[in-house]
Design a protein around this ligand. Sequence first.
Ligand code: ADP
Ligand code: ZN
Ligand code: ZN
Length: 817
Amino acid sequence: MSFYLDIILPLPLDRRFTYSVSQEEAEFLKPGMRVAVPFGKTRIYTGIVAAIHNNAPQLYEAKPIEQILDEAAVVTSHQLELWAWISGYYMCAEGEVLKAALPGGYLLESETLIQLTPHFDLGELELNDQEYIIVEALQTQSSLRIQEVMQLLDKKTVLPVINSLVSRKALVVNQEIFEQYKPKLTRYVRLAEKFSSEAEMHKLLDDLSNAPKQRDAVLSWFSFRAQSKKPVKLKDLSAASKTSTAVIKTLIDKGVFDEYHIQTDRVQFDGEISNTNIQLNEWQQEALDSIENIFTEDEVCLLHGITSSGKTEIYMKLIEQVIARGKQALYLLPEIALTSQLVARLQAYFGDQVQVYHSKYSVNERMEVYSNVLNDKDKARIILGARSSLFLPFQDLGLIVVDEEHETTFKQFDPAPRYNARDAAVVLAKMHKAHLIMGSATPSLESYFNATHNKYRLVTLNRRFGNVLLPEIEIVDIKEKYRKKQMTGHFSDRLLEEIKISLAEGEQVILFQNRRGYSPILECTTCGHSPQCPNCDVSLTFHQHSNQLRCHYCGYHMAMQQQCMACDSIELTTKGFGTEQIETELKALLPDAKIGRMDFDTTRGKYGHQKIISAFEQETIDILVGTQMLSKGLDFRKVKLVGIMNADTLLNFPDFRAHERSFQLMLQVAGRAGRTQSRGKVLIQTYNPHHQIVKQVSTNDYEGMYREQLEDRYQYQYPPYYKLIKFTLKSRDYSKTNDAADWLAKGLSISFRENVLGPEFPPVARIRNEYYKNILLKIPPHQSLGKTKTYIEKLLASFKAIGAWRSVRVIINVDPY
Ligand code: ADP
Ligand code: ZN
Ligand code: ZN
């Protein structure tokens, strides 16, 4: 009898591949283990065993595997099940899911680049001969391909050697660009060595008798050390001895204290657990009881709780219960911008049982979390992460929390798998028989629809914690303000007035403008020309700080122009405005205020968000200007005023969800105001003060918004009534893109008729010199999704057979918005 394996390879190919193994190998192997297999003429890939069987493939001769890489499975059966579901539902290859699911270090292949981990202490390592050869080679050569390692060691089976070095963190693979921002260093002080003897110490205190402040600082340091052997933070010492840091600085300069730094790894828990108990208020308790009740019936729960109602504390209670039963809990967040605050909150409560996982982590960090979740349940009881943490190898998952479930960042747009983590989480929870709660102050129309139509269950919480009132919302008609000349730049007199009041009261301000850069468009008043990106069909955006015109799609940039490039006129004007311009205007208007900006441009790097968020928390910033990043559930305690600079850019977005989204965004930003003590205030500047959505935001009328939008969706046949599948065709050839799109649309129309929309060029039809065209397929509620997909697959197979369109890529996006 012959033995075969079905292998999932990390490639965008629609099937599994069959390889042959010996009987001993077949007996040793289990689904979820990794094997190295040959592919094509020269390549070697790491693949995952999906099945072991005795059926020879019919169309090709199965090649033998190269090597077995694991002693035990690194992928669980639930993971394999989830991958298969995602690949089926979102119409992508299992290999694409695999690539998204496993940290890169697990998937070595012949083309993988390896490097020594920077600053790694090799002296600590015990190396065998082969490992030594590799490490030595990498000391003279900055990187090696695995292929080259095969030559170096003169054998093909090198992956185990490399795996072992990777798992001991000596090597990194396909390294991303290194962090620009240095993690924060905390300043510590200790008494200099020479004062360690009793005599020296007494002499020192005598010497300092004329400098009582310095003496206090030294005594204070001793009392710290008397309490615990922990290092003493400069900040704590200054606070405890009531001396300024300048005094301590003097002691450092005199050589009494040594200053030193310890890198604070912010994801590593080092503090004490502070709130050992959360006391829920009456309303939270009531909500918790309802949720528990719903869980006993094994149903999915949607928690609709207004901003600052204390949803997080309810989640924490639920988590506490599942981990007490020895299970794992997954806390999904839409955005890493949010993690730092939440990590702190969760760690203060749960200590080091919390692990964090997201894409800004390095490969090594991600591998470590992955392996903890798989092998060390005690270290990884609670996993806090962005959408990809769905793919971790949970052993015994008891609860999934999907926080801010309405957020679009739960959806992955590019590359495949184009999955929505919120929806996939529901499937994952089912597989594990785990409970799932999703929560939001502004639920997505779909989830609210599900919760009110017997698919999920609804729990509401409509009081803010501490009974703080929701902020008062004032609408400012800027058309009127412009007419009456009551605008200074983009600020109405009302907004300026309120900002000044808040600052005078020592409170903080958030200003929201959903566009980064200085001003989107530079336009010649003589001929109307505005500088365009040469690679994309968009105008360039002016960035004042760098004095550049930049493309937000491809990164192309050029120096700011003083003259029109078309007619040489110097009469240039700017249209629209972004966060950078708001910041500049504000600096001129309020020169004494400390202003910060949070947008894509200021938050690069792993700690980008955190730097700004901490600065705002620690009040080194008075006014924070930012884009939609500010709306993501951040919990600031001293924000009195929120200003929305312009509601209209949101409302006018050409998308069937524009109104729902504007409502969510504005209400969420507004929710950052007055969260803890006194009532906050929100000013919305708009040209359309009577717009229905603006009104609904100002009266916090979620239900009204929901009903009205749902009516529209019904009328125009959009989700949640109809399902959508979007096809995007792209290529460098304009007419091929066009023709191919026409062909595909026609093919779809044969079966789906009027439910095929397009082909249509998107608003930006050319990006990086590739042309884009979209087709939208609407699937009515009674139409079988399975059959629809089968038809699409057949059609695409015929499409791919047409040679002329080999260069045209078709991207399928299920539930695209
Ligand atoms: P939401 O997630 O609903 O917007 P949060 O969970 O952030 O609200 O709660 C808002 C604020 O109220 C936070 O600062 C939080 O620490 C505080 N809070 C909520 N519930 C409690 C509680 N039971 N005990 C103490 N503080 C609470
Ligand atoms: Zn011109
Ligand atoms: Zn461009």
